[in-house]
Design a binder for this molecule. Sequence first.
Ligand code: NDP
Length: 296
Amino acid sequence: MTKIIDGRAIAERIREDIQRETADFASKHGHPPGLGVVLAGGDPASAQYVRMKRRACEAAGIHSVAHVFSADCTHDDVLNAVHALNDDPQIHGILVQLPLFDQIDEEAILEAVRLDKDVDGFHPVNIGTLGMKGREPLFTPATPTGCMVLLQEIGAEISGANAVVVGRSNIVGLPVALMLLKANATVTVAHSRTKDLPAVLQNADIVIAAAGIPNYIQGEWLKAGATVIDVGTNRIDDPDSERGYRFVGDVDLESARGIVGAITRVPGGVGPMTITMLLQNTIKAAWRIAAQETEE
Ligand code: NDP
């Protein structure tokens, strides 16, 4: 029997804890944790993600502010917004929604985010320490953290497991591979130049699919009993649906059902976890900054 991992239910439960913690922080410090968002890119999906993140903040009792830029903004405009958020005592976490407009130097902007407010975990120092033995980043990126929490929630044995990550992007594949390695899995990272992906997957106890190709990974490529976290969120045409499209993962769920031990569905798997992990990082940042201020 294949277990369908219910990311929505797990995320909902964690969000209840977040609401309680937010209230606790606000009662102790007189103001809620705060998230600052910078939107300086033309991708319509980014605007939608920012709206969803701000709505989630509101529901959790987290204060949020947004700096939204039009296509004629300059690199310095965006940099100044990051500096303002760095200096704002009501803001504990900063999120720069990627991708940015072409005229903006992404690396310089991410580096400008105050390390202890880097709730997206994309500051080079946080990514660097994630990759180092014996060092811990202040924050880990939201989607990879969501994958790890899902694995923990279902009691997957990570230590010693053979894990294959399909995809090596900066935002999903690479950080999740580093997190699995830190959790003592034996990790293989597959990408577009990988030869014979089915053979690579045959021995994988854990699969993280993040290639962005609809229904690509077939059930017969997977090991019996494997645990599969499908990050892929791919829009495909669907004349039968009201909107004319729907979202599917990278794994062909129908062929994987009955072979793998557990799998997330798309939507309702990793997606709801991503924003939840961002909220959790914001609260973590707020407690840490408040504790440092008390010490000073
Ligand atoms: P990218 O396009 O940045 O990266 C895709 C990766 O997949 C690349 O490393 C690429 O390899 C690899 N790849 C491409 N083709 C193949 C192939 N045939 N076999 C193996 N690997 C391949 O995507 P993202 O990492 O940003 O996103 C991946 C998916 O996850 C997308 O569907 C996205 O929508 C989804 N996503 C979901 C989130 C959520 O919250 N649920 C959050 C973020 C992303 P190479 O490096 O060689 O090009």
